[in-house]
Unconditional design. Structure first.
Length: 451
């Protein structure tokens, strides 16, 4: 329980006591001063008459406080008092003295709760309103987001276990909070690319052959192995391995820059220096005696080496990093920030490999495309462009904001992508306007549009 919620429950306890006194002794009027060293709790409890929103923190306790406020005729005033004034050495006011006494009593109560095996948190406030529980946890903030998160999280876990052959244990090990924080800093296009990469729905050779766009699923760089998500990272072509070394070098430099635990750096350097799967457990320095480091390495092996490039890292890395920060700083940096940026850097390795691969592929396509095919492609683009954005889906109208001359100067694959997107969009609008449109056919058409 955070300090804000703890202070709110203290205010709620005062209100419950007040309600009991006014009911028992038939008190019709009066005044009460409530003092607290948490401004947010104090203001949210007494300054607003509107019901707290479902997105507000500890909305359940705020509802209970508001219910009691409406049921009594006592005039309640509130006042903020600075906390921990007993450490200043100056004379204390009456409210400061009472606040310090309450803080000491609260500290003793916290020690009792943390060591007790029988204590149960009060649910008194829940009987005054409805409450929502997910997986035996009461939801007290961001209700809609929490419900969505629970539903989608379950679906993602099942997808990874069934379709991507993840170990079930990995679902509890992966730092989902860090992944969520990382996604918030990404643009829409970056998020779309990442989703396609993680689900293997991006335009790898394997996927392009499935879509019947390419005749082979072999890697267009090495021409030795089927190109899927894993092969994008592990391709043994010299050009690919050189790019991998460049990208991982930047990753290692980032770890150094943010003062990452030396053992974590050593493990990552040992396992990621080559683009071949390697054991994190075997890379643990023999001199380390830190349990969290060993647990993190074991969990990462269960998550699997290749999945680290999807940002799927063990939560234990962040826990070990926190202990390292606590030894270095009296006010340590945010370990969530550290984990988020590590994940973003791992995403960057995957993106670098993809962009490097595309540069090679596009060069080959440009060389193979004869003049007749080039002229035909150019003519089709000009025709579609001159039709304008009318008759395409709203999400594709922005594709006409670019000048035609600039569009025609793009790489062949980009021009083909633009043309197929617009053609599919017009077909979709046409079918949607038909009373007997085939939605399944529309979705299938869009699913086969190459990246």
């Amino acid at each position: 329980m955070d300090s804000y919620r703890a202070e709110l429950y203290g205010i709620f306890s005062i209100m419950v006591t007040l309600q009991h006194l006014t009911t028992t002794y038939d008190i019709k009027e009066g005044n009460l001063l409530v003092a607290c060293d948490n401004k947010a709790a104090l203001n949210n409890a007494f300054m607003y008459n509107d019901r707290a929103s479902l997105n507000q923190g500890s909305f359940d306790i705020l509802w209970a406080i508001q219910n009691i406020r409406k049921s009594i005729n006592i005039k309640i005033q509130h006042q903020h008092v600075k906390g921990h004034q007993d450490k200043t050495g100056k004379p204390l006011t009456k409210l400061e003295t009472l606040n310090c006494i309450m803080d000491r009593k609260a500290g003793l109560m916290r020690e009792f709760i943390e060591t007790s095996t029988t204590y149960k948190y009060s649910k008194l406030h829940q009987y005054m309103n409805w409450n929502c529980t997910i997986a035996n946890q009461n939801i007290t903030a961001n209700l809609e987001k929490q419900i969505q998160h629970h539903i989608y999280e379950s679906q993602i876990h099942q997808y990874l276990i069934k379709n991507k052959k993840y170990d079930k244990r990995a679902m509890d090990f992966i730092d989902w909070v860090g992944i969520e924080q990382a996604s918030k800093t990404m643009t829409n296009s970056e998020q779309i690319w990442l989703t396609k990469f993680v689900t293997s729905f991006y335009a790898s050779a394997k996927k392009m052959k499935e879509r019947k766009v390419w005749k082979t699923s072999l890697c267009p760089i090495c021409n030795m192995s089927v190109e899927d998500t894993n092969h994008l990272i592990t391709c043994k072509d010299e050009r690919a391995t050189n790019q991998y070394k460049k990208s991982t070098t930047k990753f290692f430099q980032h770890l150094q820059k943010v003062h990452t635990h030396p053992d974590i750096i050593a493990i990552f350097q040992q396992t990621l220096q080559s683009n071949s799967p390697s054991s994190f457990t075997n890379a643990i320095p023999i001199y380390t005696n830190e349990t969290l480091i060993r647990e993190a390495a074991k969990e990462q092996d269960i998550i699997k080496w290749e999945n680290i490039f999807k940002g799927h890292i063990s939560k234990k890395w962040a826990e070990a990093q926190l202990q390292h920060y606590l030894k270095m700083y009296s006010n340590p940096p945010s370990v969530h920030h550290w984990a988020k940026n590590v994940i973003l850097q791992l995403y960057q390795i995957s993106k670098d490999m993809w962009h490097h691969r595309n540069e090679i592929v596009h060069e080959c396509i440009e060389e193979k495309l004869n003049q007749k095919e080039s002229d035909q492609l150019r003519e089709k683009i000009v025709i579609e462009y001159e039709k304008g954005s009318r008759g395409v889906l709203l999400i594709h109208k922005h594709m006409f904001s670019e000048k035609l001359a600039d569009l025609l100067e793009k790489a062949v694959i980009e021009k083909k992508y633009w043309l197929m997107q617009i053609e599919a969009s017009r077909a979709c609008v046409k079918k949607l306007s038909s009373p007997d449109h085939d939605m399944q056919g529309i979705l299938k058409r869009f699913a086969t549009v190459p990246d």
